[in-house]
Design a protein around this ligand. Structure first.
Ligand SMILES: CC(C)C[C@H](N)C(=O)N1CCC[C@H]1C(=O)O
Length: 710
């Protein structure tokens, strides 16, 4: 093959197309992923469990398919063609997703909901399968193909390339995770307006097409290493033969060989055996690595849940719990250049040999520190959480619906009460309450493990009402709100996002979940209305009481009282920044280095395979999160964080021992040595060694054709 070789500032120009391609592809992938669960839930109308499991299966599949792409690239099509073909598959998948989200296609009755859900489900599942095949399949090829563009003496430039490559991954993902949720929130449609999932999937589809076009435009400038036959089959056969041969010669009468793979020497070429040894050595080193990803992946689950119990007000800016995850790519964009241009050179200047494996070890330790920070934050949050009743306890709060204060006696305690903001905890199943003068006594049955509010009527001889109150923090940082109507007429309460319905006299509404921020409630009684505005934080619960004395009109704001059932979150979300900082610093040291290490230590014919091996550690990490979270049901969340941190430290210790015994190699040098030896040793062997004449002009590369004489 021939190509135009152009250099800019010592870097091959071809890598420009590769990093732009990666940016667009990651935009496409992460953008689509950002709205996927919501699409399942609100468009396909799946329940939470089904939506979450299909989502996780899809993500895991995306990190398993790299093996497939790598085998196809290294053994058959070569990286260039594999990237092109699988990118087409990927783009078709994204288009299928966008089409599956057009509700008008099957909305025959034009009511805004699809009428043939099977069509949308099948099309989206086909789309997701194609995307998993495409994104996973090209991922190891693009990284390795980028590495291929550098010649052997360009180690420094190649390292920088992997850093820039990582910057592009995170730049693309950051932009898309901001943009696609905005697109989804738009209303669109031909016959009826719906949330615009088709646009939220359509833009990533367009970006994937751009990625493909950019990659093709660079076509003439790439160095394209040719695939060398069915290498994976040869590798498997060679390993199988070595094991069989070793077993056949297990008796002590046979002299030992240096390495068990040397038992394949009778049948297989020494170069292939040496290459397999290189790969196995690196793969062995990878065994402890999934633990890092196990911790890393909890950003999206446990840490986001933690954020839902925190206060997201940053001055006038409000950060939603799931938006905290964008801190990771933002920090990547700042930390990668700082590490490369300040920290690593400084460490070098201090005379320390900060080898790739040492960097990865430090990266793991930083991730463990991040989890210790998460545990400390959790302890702070736990201090502010309400104490809900245990299964043997009951909690009761009192709400006096009358305008007069009444004196209440519970057992022998007296309270002067308008409304009580606090819950009283009881071990007994029944309590006696006496109210007012003359005393009206009542025996109240309490529900175990529940919080309840006793509504004391205007006329205390009337029936007393008990409400069931919320017994956990509202999910996702929402606020749980309800109204108690103390008036003699029914009242309708609504806000743009919810309708509490018609609340009968001396009755109450169900809880409605509303977002943080300023909310204006409109109260209607017949033709009269009034507005009541209040500000909500995150994770609170309130019971608003409409008194019998309420006069509809401009002054109703003062008449309505709010009882705080659950306090809003008070620990600030900014406290999560240290844990994000440590996990991201860890990621830069671990992941960027790991990518480059996987490339530099791989034999020339298995570069993509080792990249896939690296991505496989990400997939296994995903699975471990699911398993450990199921098995280790610790009563306290902070204890689970400490458990994960300890596990990673233990794994890190094992990894550092393995790393200590690892000797870095230069695969190109070893391969060249073997080829030279074979040339010298055996005149009959026909080898044509790779000839590259690199200059700023035309380069001719003859394929390394190697005829195995064995
Ligand atoms: C989760 C972030 C948006 C991206 C993350 N920092 C990252 O770059 N990666 C996570 C898995 C490997 C790598 C990627 O290639 O996406």
């Amino acid at each position: 093959t021939s190509f135009i070789f152009k250099e800019v500032c010592g870097y091959p120009l071809s890598i420009f197309f590769i990093v732009v391609n990666e940016f667009c592809e990651r935009f496409s992938y992460y953008g689509m992923r950002a709205v996927l669960v919501l699409y399942f839930k609100y468009f396909l109308r799946w329940d939470d469990d089904l939506a979450t499991s299909i989502y996780h299966t899809f993500v895991a599949l995306c990190y398993l398919t790299p093996i497939l792409g790598a085998i196809v690239a290294d053994s058959w099509l070569g990286k260039f063609k594999t990237i092109i073909y699988l990118s087409i598959v990927y783009a078709i998948g994204q288009v299928a997703m966008a089409v599956s989200a057009i509700h008008d296609i099957t909305d025959t009755d034009r009511d805004g909901t699809p009428d043939n859900m099977t069509f949308h489900v099948v099309l989206s599942m086909v789309g997701l399968f194609l995307i998993a095949l495409g994104t996973g399949g090209i991922k190891p090829c693009v990284a390795a193909f980028g590495g291929d563009q550098f010649s052997d003496h360009q180690d420094r430039q190649r390292r920088t390339f992997f850093s820039v490559f990582y910057l592009c991954i995170n730049g693309g993902s950051l932009l898309s995770t901001i943009i696609t949720p905005i697109l989804r929130a738009q209303d669109c449609g031909i016959h009826s307006q719906q949330k615009c999932y088709s646009l939220a999937f359509g833009v990533p589809a367009a970006l994937m097409l751009v990625a493909l076009v950019v990659f093709i435009v660079g076509s003439g400038m790439y160095y394209k290493a040719e695939p060398q036959g069915n290498i994976m089959l040869d590798v498997c056969k060679c390993i199988g033969f070595a094991i069989k041969n070793r077993y056949r010669h297990r008796s002590n009468q046979y002299p030992k060989r240096q390495h068990w793979m040397d038992w394949a020497e009778e049948k297989y070429d020494k170069l292939l055996i040496a290459q397999i040894k290189m790969v196995l050595k690196v793969l062995f080193l990878y065994i402890p690595l999934p633990m890092f990803w196990t911790l890393f992946d909890q950003k999206g689950s446990r840490w986001t849940l933690q954020a839902t119990t925190m206060n997201g007000y940053f001055g006038s800016l409000v950060i939603q719990p799931d938006q905290m995850q964008t801190v990771n790519p933002i920090l990547i964009l700042t930390l990668v250049p700082i590490m490369d241009s300040v920290i690593y050179p400084l460490i070098n200047k201090c005379g320390l040999n900060f080898t790739p494996l040492k960097r990865m070890t430090v990266g793991m330790l930083l991730a463990a520190i991040a989890f210790v920070c998460a545990a400390l934050v959790q302890i702070e949050i736990d201090k502010t959480l309400p104490t809900f009743p245990s299964t043997s306890q009951s909690q009761l709060k009192l709400l006096n619906m009358g305008s007069e204060t009444v004196t209440i006696k519970i057992f022998n305690d007296f309270f002067v009460l308008q409304a009580s903001n606090e819950y009283f905890t009881f071990e007994a199943g029944q309590i006696n309450i006496s109210v007012g003068h003359p005393e009206v006594r009542n025996t109240i049955s309490l529900a175990k493990g529940q919080r309840q509010t006793l509504l004391i009527p205007l006329t205390i001889t009337d029936e007393w009402l008990m409400t069931d109150d919320i017994t956990s923090k509202p999910q996702e940082g929402n606020n749980a709100i309800r109204f108690v109507n103390g008036m003699k007429t029914a009242v309708n309460v609504s806000i743009p996002a919810a309708n509490f319905g018609l609340i009968e006299p001396f009755s109450y509404s169900n809880y409605s979940l509303i977002k943080n921020g300023k909310v204006t409630f409109t109260l209607w009684s017949g033709s009269q209305s009034c507005e009541y505005s209040t500000d909500f934080g995150f994770g609170s619960s309130y019971t608003f009481f409409i008194p019998s004395t309420l006069v509809f009109g401009p002054n109703c704001q003062e008449s309505i009282t709010a009882a705080e059932d659950i306090k809003p979150n008070s620990v600030h979300m900014a406290l999560q920044i240290p844990q994000y900082f440590f996990i991201t610093a860890g990621e830069v040291m671990f992941s960027v280095t790991g990518l480059e290490f996987s490339y530099s230590q791989a034999p020339s014919n298995m570069k993509a395979v080792l990249q896939a091996g690296w991505l496989f550690t990400v997939a296994i990490g995903n699975f471990i999160v699911l398993i450990v979270a199921e098995l280790a049901k610790l009563p306290k969340q902070w204890a689970e964080y400490v458990l994960f941190a300890s596990l990673l430290v233990a794994v890190c210790f094992i990894f550092s021992i393995m790393a200590y015994f690892y000797t870095y190699i230069d695969p190109a040098e070893i391969e060249a040595q073997f080829k030279k030896n074979v040339n010298e040793d055996d005149e009959d062997n026909k080898h044509k060694l790779q000839k590259t004449e690199r200059s700023n002009g035309k380069i001719n590369v003859t394929k390394l054709s190697y005829y195995n004489m064995a």
